[in-house]
Design a binder for this molecule. Structure first.
Ligand code: PMP
Length: 305
């Protein structure tokens, strides 16, 4: 990913992709205090547009606030940076990665006095869990790793350090022949995927864990709330047990990268018919209509670059 043509926005300037480098004594590299976002832009009939840009920028600033990092840019500047990166790389559908980190002035645990930096990169990135996964559903394994407790790491921050747990869970699941991991919280209730929020459907009602289970407050999760309301589907946030997933009619993951990906199996137990379910398909299709600019009701969620 490092050796390619293109531009990356770094601290207010467009830098050649290959020159977008930092020093090995960067504080965040050593102690993991950093905040990032995952954002997508879609090719719409009116041109390339970033989906829910404002909400992603708000979450980045909230993550930074939780981590006590003062970003040296305004939200407007960060919005403009994201639009500029898509344009500079002549991308249409793509993934954007803003990341804030602490600089290399000194390396004590206390970051006080170090500069806060921000970069935004963007590149083409297809279906995170595969095109096939979007249609047929993916196979998921309950992780042996527990999702962060809400007072051990800050689970509402999209913090760099939170992702070691996600990496371990994902690697374990993939090494065991699955597509993705499902993590339980420290009380054993369903929390989320390694990089996705989780939903189950039972008797026509959609359920998702409430945020006390330590899941990230996903923007796609919120989009699904709107979709369900529009489709007249009841949606409930509650504690969910692992066996409730086994006996659900349908299940799916959501995320900016994962979009709406059906789950067809958990721990080798087929969920419902063991394929993408009809309610999931409806929600998924409504989601793709919105992000691709085919639903005028949500035109305000699409920012032209
Ligand atoms: N949980 C985790 C741990 C994630 O990394 C992500 C991806 N950002 C999500 C949930 C989904 O969030 P969103 O829909 O905002 O991308």
């Amino acid at each position: 990913l490092a050796d390619r043509d293109g531009k990356i926005w770094m601290d207010g300037e467009m830098v050649d992709w290959r020159n977008a480098k930092i020093h090995v004594l960067t504080h965040t590299l050593h102690y993991g205090c950093g905040a990032f976002e995952g954002v997508r832009a879609y090719k719409t009939a009116k041109g390339t547009a970033i989906f829910r840009l404002q909400e992603h920028t708000e979450r980045l600033f909230n993550s930074a606030k939780i981590l006590r990092m003062q970003l040296p840019f305004s939200k407007e500047e960060v919005n403009e940076a994201q639009k500029a990166v898509v344009r500079a790389n002549k991308l249409d559908s793509c993934y954007l990665r803003p990341l804030a980190w602490i600089g290399s002035e000194k390396l004590g645990v206390s970051p006080k006095g170090n500069q806060i930096h921000l970069m935004v990169a963007a590149w083409a990135w297809g279906a995170y869990l595969g095109e096939e996964g979007l249609k047929r559903g993916i196979r998921v394994k309950t992780s042996s790793y527990t999702r962060h407790h809400v007072n051990i790491t800050m689970t509402q921050a999209k913090a760099v350090s939170n992702y070691t747990n996600s990496i371990l869970a994902n690697m374990e699941a993939v090494d065991d022949g699955y597509d993705e991991a499902l993590l339980l919280d420290s009380s054993g209730f369903v929390s989320e995927g390694a990089g996705e929020n989780v939903f189950v459907i039972k008797g026509g009602v959609v359920y998702t864990p409430d945020l006390s289970a330590g899941a990230l407050n996903g923007i796609t999760r919120n989009t699904v709330f709107h979709i369900c309301k529009d489709l007249g589907i009841e949606i409930v946030q509650k504690r969910i047990t692992r066996d409730e997933v086994y006996i659900a009619d349908e299940a799916f993951f959501t995320g900016t990268a994962a979009e709406v990906t059906p789950i067809r199996e958990l721990d080798r137990v087929p969920i419902g018919a063991g394929s993408r379910g009809p309610v999931t398909e409806k929600i998924q299709s409504a989601f793709f209509d919105i992000v691709n600019g085919r639903n005028p009701q949500y035109a305000h969620w699409l920012t032209a670059v």
